[in-house]
Write a protein that binds this ligand. Structure first.
Ligand code: NAD
Length: 298
């Protein structure tokens, strides 16, 4: 049972449902005006069970809000050239609004080459250099879903980052770096520090954070002693830890030691039920945007 002095939960279930409802009504309006439903084409290479589950989840989410999908499931041995041919076909296909290539790709395929090949106007993941460049310049087109979801969580909970010391732990291209850019924008105005595996004295940085974002992929490694009293704590990590008491033999935990940190924080996201759900919802928003851009190019 949470203590009354514990942090308020930032509930990803409620917030993601609100985003999905908004996308669904926008799509209803869109199709009622005679337009076809947004169309998302997913590409999955190989049989990584986690990737398969992610793609199934994305198909289900999309169907619920009225987005049509197709999934190209390619063999793990697919050659890079053949994958590029498929991406180019999807780029040229006017019925495809958004393209999503599920990562990671098998080792013999260069991920960067594939990401670079996706038409930036269909790049709903926001990973293409043109979209990352636009984000860095302050005029984003597609914002990568996880940092986009975090910014939405903050605004939907009336948490204004202006003037906050924001500390992000993790410098990946899909979470840490784009999130740093979003928090630096004039619409957010946080002062941002990005920590990583070579940061000296990580706790000295995290302890002064008004807004702490943990995205390192290390199970429960942020403890209460690393968190400032009254901080907003956003836990991006999704880590499997062995747990023989569960049917699957594992459970999912974040990068934050939730029970230890909750009494110190003002607001905190749980795992599961936090950032991951927002990430899924933001892909739907990006796909709707892709359809809108196709109908009225920039
Ligand atoms: P990544 O492996 O690409 O990057 C991890 C980053 O953390 C690196 O920059 C590394 O320098 C830093 N790091 C690692 N150990 C550290 C330590 N001990 N101290 C300080 N920094 C450290 O990971 P990623 O793709 O950004 O994902 C990070 C975590 O977030 C993973 O658990 C991943 O599963 C999860 N994730 C969740 C979502 C979501 O929707 N909730 C989305 C993407 C990633």
């Amino acid at each position: 049972m949470p203590d009354s002095s514990d942090a308020d939960l930032i509930d990803g279930r409620v917030l993601a449902q609100a985003v999905r409802d908004e996308v669904q009504s926008a799509i209803e309006e869109w199709t009622q005006s005679g337009r076809r439903a947004p169309f998302l084409s997913a590409v999955l290479v190989g049989d990584n069970p986690a990737s398969e589950a992610y793609v199934r989840g994305k198909e289900k989410d999309a169907a619920e809000v009225g987005i049509e999908t197709e999934t190209h499931h390619l063999d793990a041995a697919t050659l890079q050239g053949d994958l590029l041919d498929l991406v180019n076909e999807l780029n040229a296909d006017p019925s495809v609004d958004g393209i999503l290539v599920q990562l990671p790709l098998p080792d013999h395929i260069d991920e960067q080459t594939i990401i670079d090949a996706v038409d930036p106007s269909k790049d709903v993941d926001g990973f293409h250099p043109e979209n990352l460049g636009r984000l860095m310049r302050g005029s984003p087109r597609y914002i990568p879903a996880t940092p986009y979801g975090i910014m939405q969580m903050l605004s939907r909970c009336d948490i204004d980052p202006e003037g906050m010391d924001a500390v992000i732990v993790g410098r990946s291209n899909i979470v840490g770096k784009p999130l740093a850019n979003l928090l630096l924008r004039r619409t957010a105005n946080a002062t941002v520090t990005v920590c990583h595996s070579r940061t000296q004295d990580l706790a000295a940085h995290t302890r002064r954070a008004d807004l702490l974002v943990a995205a390192a992929g290390q199970a429960a490694f942020i403890d209460g002693g690393m968190v400032k009293e009254g901080a907003v704590v956003i836990d991006v990590g999704i880590n499997r830890v062995e747990d023989s008491s569960t049917e699957r033999g594992y459970r999912l935990v974040g990068d934050v030691d939730f029970d230890d940190v909750r009494p110190r924080a003002a607001r905190i996201t749980p795992v599961p039920g936090g950032v991951g759900l927002m990430t899924r919802a933001m892909l739907l928003k990006n796909t709707l945007k892709a359809a809108q851009l196709r109908a009225a190019p920039e």
